[in-house]
Design a protein around this ligand. Structure first.
Ligand SMILES: C[S@@+](CC[C@H](N)C(=O)[O-])C[C@H]1O[C@@H](n2cnc3c(N)ncnc32)[C@H](O)[C@@H]1O
Length: 310
């Protein structure tokens, strides 16, 4: 099968992100293999889609999949925050973020995202970026590494894990994903080795977030997406862990109160006029049936807002 990613919350995303009944534009900020974009292009014949993804391999898969839609679909290989910082095209009516990485990355990319495989420790989405996870685990000071694992993985054994990684890398460079997983496995207390998740899960997540600067990109992109979207348009975000969801919830709440602080200013607010209406008081989560069919969906949370008059 060419496409390995099962798009999450399909019905819920479609029913909350409804385009106006005219020629409309959607920006799919995390195109992946194009599953969500395909759904929207099929459902809404008047909709055009711009799909963004920083991964040059996965974007080629999406282009092949969406080629039948001709010039209704356009793909751009870019980080979504960089896209929004320079975009001056037509205003979108729908904006979708489905954060994180795709099954493609774990199963097919060969870039060390999975601790169950023996692959190079890379984990970059942007293969032109100078730093790989291999450079982080062999190059960061122990304290800095522990902070990354704690902050982005919420890993309670971050200090033990960082100490074990740094001690190991003094005598041998760590180059493979299974090698790193084994170091982590041995570093944690025995009881933690046999828990609900593999003991390397959170550390791998943290390293991936660090190497791609994933969390830094969400807020600036969302802020611009809110400003740019046509009144009446909708912005939806699917997040997969609490660090992402907290940022989305906070920004949507501030936008609904008309009090989005300027970048770098915790308190200063804009003009006090609400910019959005929150459509999901509580985040929408997958049904038990979806979680059974597609276990990675179980941590997904969807939040949607509607843009108010400018
Ligand atoms: C969860 S997948 C999207 C799956 C897609 N919605 C589908 O249905 O097939 C997330 C995708 O977003 C990309 N991505 C993650 N963060 C990004 C960012 N800040 N800018 C651009 N692309 C990003 C990843 O490379 C990945 O392909």
């Amino acid at each position: 099968m060419e496409f390995v990613h099962y798009s999450v919350l399909q019905k819920e995303v479609l029913s909350l992100l409804v385009p106006p009944d005219r020629q409309a534009l959607m920006i799919d900020c995390t195109l992946g293999e194009g599953g969500h974009s395909k759904l929207f292009l099929e459902t809404y014949p008047l909709l055009n889609v711009i799909g963004l993804d920083r991964d040059s391999e996965i974007i080629e898969k999406a282009k092949r999949r969406l080629a039948p839609f001709g010039d209704r679909f356009q793909a751009i290989n870019i980080w979504f925050d960089e896209f929004f910082s320079t975009y001056d095209g037509p205003r979108p009516d729908l904006v979708l973020f489905d954060l994180g990485i795709s099954v493609f990355h774990y199963e097919e990319s060969g870039r060390g995202f999975s601790f169950r495989k023996s692959e190079e420790l890379d984990m970059r989405l942007d293969k032109t970026a100078p730093m790989r996870v291999e450079d982080i685990v062999n190059g960061y000071q122990e304290d800095r590494l522990a902070d990354v694992i704690y902050q982005f993985g919420e890993e309670r054994y971050s200090r033990r894990i960082a100490a074990a990684i740094c001690s190991y890398s003094k005598s041998k460079r760590i180059t493979r994903s299974d090698e790193l997983a084994e170091i982590i496995y041995k570093a944690v207390p025995p009881a933690y080795r046999y828990g609900r998740i593999h003991p390397a899960t959170k550390t791998f997540q943290a390293l991936r977030i660090e190497v791609n600067r994933e969390l830094d990109r969400i807020e600036p992109a969302l802020r611009k997406a809110i400003d740019l979207t046509n009144p009446g348009g909708r912005i939806g975000v699917v997040s997969f862990h609490s660090l992402e969801d907290r940022k989305v919830k906070w920004l949507f709440k501030r936008a609904a109160e008309g009090s989005v602080p300027q970048p770098g200013e915790a308190q200063r607010t804009d003009d006090g006029k609400p910019k959005v209406r929150i459509l999901t008081k509580k985040p929408v989560v997958p049904t038990t049936e979806e979680c059974g069919l597609n276990p990675p969906s179980r941590s997904a949370k969807l939040r949607v807002v509607e843009k108010l008059e400018d």
